[in-house]
Design a binder for this molecule. Structure first.
Ligand code: NAI
Length: 373
């Protein structure tokens, strides 16, 4: 693991997710940019001191020398380090599980795509919400034609934790997220807009081709956006809107998706993740709950009997389970099952950067339509 030291957020969640299905063992880490903190962080979770490294280059080089060296890396640092760390890991033959956004520029993302292909490595980008059974079921429902021709896509990711200048209080996670040197050129756009964007393509099965966007900063003095609103033109003529905001008072993790087709619609609310609502045109709305989500990929992403709530940890764990299945399939020279291939991969991460790039170009050009590259 690179990142995920004491006081950090997502690294600990990755450690839980990796263990949930008994497919991974944490063997080494470079947990912090501060060597003393890196050592203390690793020892505190039971790693031997010699495998708690002061830097990621040292970790990769040392692990490569060991018989029992690490085989997979989880990159859970702030955004600006994703590509540099992934590059070194790929060069040393490690498979990669990396946080989003994949990189801080489209050029960096493209370079990773080339390198991973040349090295023939597995590469997952942890768009966590793609691990929910309800989302996988929705994806299969759309692919089955149950909605007819897709016409309208509405997606929003609304939070309120940056409604004040939290970054001025020493808050660790807020601090780097509004610093372009660490977050990249996008604030809320990169942090949560990329999740919303990913869900559109993941569930809808069609690509966003053009965007017309306004990027805005509400909190005075903040260097990056905390709010973005984007109109979408999608493959095949569908239209949509994406709204991502970290200043939406009263909202916590309100990631909501609605898709409307010529024969029906679906609705998903991340804060009620065991549920999916499906309305065939002219018929009553069906409230599908986990247990009734019987598509193969939803069933493969379910652990507990219906009625025992599953949630965000399980969704992240699903991406680890998918990855493990892909890893074993490669080792055994067999074709992996479709449910494992449903995991978000390097291309999805690259498209997130294409989205950021297009939104910023659109905004800077005066909110006009631009194509994704
Ligand atoms: P954080 O600030 O809580 O943790 C970052 C960690 O990286 C810290 O332990 C820090 O010491 C470490 N770090 C910094 N520089 C390092 C270096 N040179 N070498 C080794 N470690 C270093 O940040 P948070 O919130 O955990 O976010 C980390 C990443 O996860 C971000 O890219 C973020 O976008 C992503 N994220 C994804 C989520 C999801 O739903 N998939 C949710 C939250 C965050």
């Amino acid at each position: 693991m690179v990142g995920g030291g004491e006081g950090s957020f997502i690294g600990a969640a990755h450690r839980v997710a990796a263990r949930l299905d008994d497919q991974f063992e944490l063997v080494a880490g470079a947990f912090s940019s501060d060597p003393a903190r890196a050592l203390a962080s690793g020892v505190a979770i039971g790693l031997p001191g010699e495998r708690c490294y002061g830097g990621f280059e040292q970790m990769v080089a040392s692990e490569a020398q060991r018989q029992d060296g690490a085989e997979v890396v989880a990159i859970v640092t702030p955004n600006h380090l994703h590509a540099p760390v992934a590059t070194v890991c790929l060069q040393h033959g490690l498979d990669v599980i990396c946080e989003k956004p994949l990189a801080v520029s489209l050029a960096e993302a493209d370079a990773l795509v080339q390198l991973a292909a040349a090295q023939q490595r597995l590469f997952t980008v942890t768009h966590t919400y793609a691990g929910y059974p309800a989302i996988r079921h929705a994806r299969e429902l759309v692919a089955s034609g149950a909605l007819g021709e897709l016409r309208v896509v509405q997606v929003e990711y609304a939070q309120d934790w940056l409604a004040t200048d939290l970054e001025q209080t020493g808050h660790k996670q807020a601090g780097w997220r509004i610093d372009p040197a660490q977050a990249g050129p996008a604030g809320a756009l990169g942090d949560i807009g990329t999740h919303a964007f990913h869900l559109v393509g993941y569930v809808g099965g069609i690509a966003v081709e053009q965007v017309c966007a306004e990027v805005h900063t509400f909190v005075p003095g903040r260097q990056l956006d905390d709010h973005v609103q984007v109109m979408l033109r999608l493959q095949g003529g569908a239209r949509g809107m994406l709204w991502a905001s970290q200043v939406a008072s009263g909202e916590h993790n309100a990631l909501r998706l609605r898709l409307y087709g010529s024969r029906g619609a679906i609705r998903f609310d991340q804060e009620v993740p065991d549920s999916l609502w499906f309305t065939p045109l002219g018929e009553p709305t069906q409230h599908l709950r986990r247990g009734a989500l019987n598509s193969p990929s939803a069933a493969a992403a379910t652990r507990l009997p219906p009625g025992h709530p599953e949630g965000w940890y399980e969704a992240l764990a699903q991406l680890y389970r998918d990855f493990a299945e892909l890893w074993h399939a490669r080792a055994e020279a067999r074709v992996p099952p479709p449910w494992a291939l449903a995991t978000p991969q390097l291309h999805d991460g690259r498209q997130g950067l294409a989205f950021i790039d297009a939104v910023l170009r659109s905004h800077r050009a005066g909110q006009c339509w631009v194509s994704l590259q």
